[in-house]
Design a protein around this ligand. Structure first.
Ligand code: SF4
Ligand code: SF4
Length: 426
């Protein structure tokens, strides 16, 4: 095909309706697909790999809520069994593995399917003969009823399948930052023309259910973010739940609505103005390059695997890997973000005072009432101060006034309570 400038190109409009890309919307999309087939018992998931490191696949195999095994076995009440067609995890290989892809393209799969893309989309639909960046099957694997985009013995491009399958899919899900926003393969100097699934399919893309591209970013993503999103979509397909809420970029809103910083295990250090000087320090990592205050990611709440780990827990600063601007807009990764000059300095100033005040309150709270009364701390562990200092006493007096204003100071009764008689029994 040639465009008006005479340049060879394979880019076509409306692939779903074309002779080459002729998949039909499958019958039987549960209660919501315009069919009376009833709840789904099975849903095919076609996993396509573009410019990827397979890290998303590895992350998903670590998911626990729900796990991949639960989805594949269909053991979650109300959810259909997932039939996963994955280039690494599937047992089938060769033409046998590609066959269901062909059936999906020609509309003979017999049930609905979801397309999942891992890795960014290379720009190899823009050239005719010069090879490809990511392939799957050969031209002979294409439906005989449709014109094949490649010769029978030539590799089909991953992008051939993506163009053909996305329009009839119940949903198209991009997993990981490469598929959602281009990621590392689309960074400055990218020679593959890599782009995101959204960039490839365009803003008018809608799945067979009318859903735009769903994006679950992260490099690698939290596996549970993906399986939970799939489970939520399946509940929707079954008529058991509403369409989950997605933000303006197609991210699951309940997973990406908060910043890393708000739930960070080191956020208290930031507030008190105490910062790490080098990697390995336990304090807030903003001075060594953490972008957490402006990055939308839930790893600080959810952990990396089974609620364990995550960047700051493991000592790593946030480099913004879930964000569309990653990696270039967050580089260099070892420098403090310019925005932290203001907020960091403010935290240093106010935090220094707040830290000292808190230490006074902590000191008072670290004493039993008995110790206050006797002026003695029976600890053999340290030279614990026996008598509260004058500063403690005065600050404690005003602190209590505020603490119990509008309430009742039940602790007052401690002054009348007799000391235990068997105290200091040895
Ligand atoms: S380490 Fe990063 S996310 Fe955590 S408190 Fe510091 S700036 Fe915020
Ligand atoms: S905390 Fe930052 S670097 Fe870590 S996963 Fe989230 S976005 Fe990526």
């Amino acid at each position: 095909m040639e465009d008006e400038t005479g340049e060879a190109t394979l880019i076509q409009k409306a692939p779903h309706a074309g002779a080459v890309f002729g998949a039909e919307v499958p019958a039987g999309l549960g209660g919501l697909g315009g069919s009376d087939a009833g709840p789904l018992t099975e849903l095919h998931v076609f996993w396509l790999a573009g410019m990827s490191c397979d890290g998303c696949s590895i992350a998903v195999t670590g998911a626990t809520a729900p796990s991949v095994e639960e989805l594949l076995a269909g053991t979650i009440p109300g959810l259909p069994r997932v039939v996963l067609h994955h280039p690494v995890l599937s047992i089938d290989a060769g033409h046998g593995f590609v066959k269901p892809f062909r059936q999906a393209v020609e509309g003979t799969l017999g049930g609905p399917y979801v397309v999942v893309l891992e890795g960014s989309v290379p720009d190899d639909q823009s050239f005719l003969e010069e090879g490809f960046f990511s392939g799957l099957g050969v031209g002979a694997d294409w439906p005989a009823s449709l014109e094949a985009p490649r010769a029978p013995d030539q590799p089909l491009r991953m992008t051939d399948w993506l163009r053909a399958m996305a329009p009839a899919a119940a949903a198209s899900i991009a997993i990981g930052t490469c598929a959602t926003w281009g990621g590392v393969p689309a960074a400055a100097g990218n020679v593959t023309g890599s782009m995101s699934l959204m960039d490839f399919l365009g803003k008018d893309y809608r799945s067979a259910l009318g859903v735009p591209v769903i994006n679950v970013p992260g490099c690698s993503p939290v596996g549970d973010n993906f399986t939970e999103t799939v489970a939520a979509i399946l509940l929707f397909l079954q008529g058991l739940g509403p369409l989950p809420e997605f933000d303006e970029l197609g991210r699951p809103a309940w997973l990406f609505g908060e910043t890393v910083h708000r739930h960070c295990v080191r956020a208290g250090y930031y507030e008190e103005g105490v910062f790490a000087k080098e990697y390995g320090d336990k304090e807030c990592l903003v001075d060594v390059g953490c972008w957490g205050p402006i990055v939308q990611c839930n790893i600080t709440e959810r952990g990396a695997i089974n609620h364990m780990g995550g960047c700051m827990v493991a000592g790593g600063a946030c480099i913004g890997c879930t964000m569309p601007g990653f990696p270039d807009k967050y580089a260099p990764f070892y420098k403090a973000p310019p925005g932290s000059l203001i907020s960091g300095r403010t935290a240093r100033t106010t935090g220094a005072a707040i830290r000292r005040l808190r230490r006074i309150s902590m000191g008072a709270g670290n004493r039993e009432f008995i110790w206050d009364k006797t002026g003695e701390v029976p600890s053999g562990w340290s030279a614990e101060r026996s008598e509260p200092s004058t500063v403690w006493k005065w600050s404690g007096f005003f602190y209590k006034k505020l603490q119990y204003s509008g309430s009742v100071d039940q602790a007052k009764r401690n002054t009348e309570t007799p000391l235990p008689r068997s105290r200091n029994v040895l």
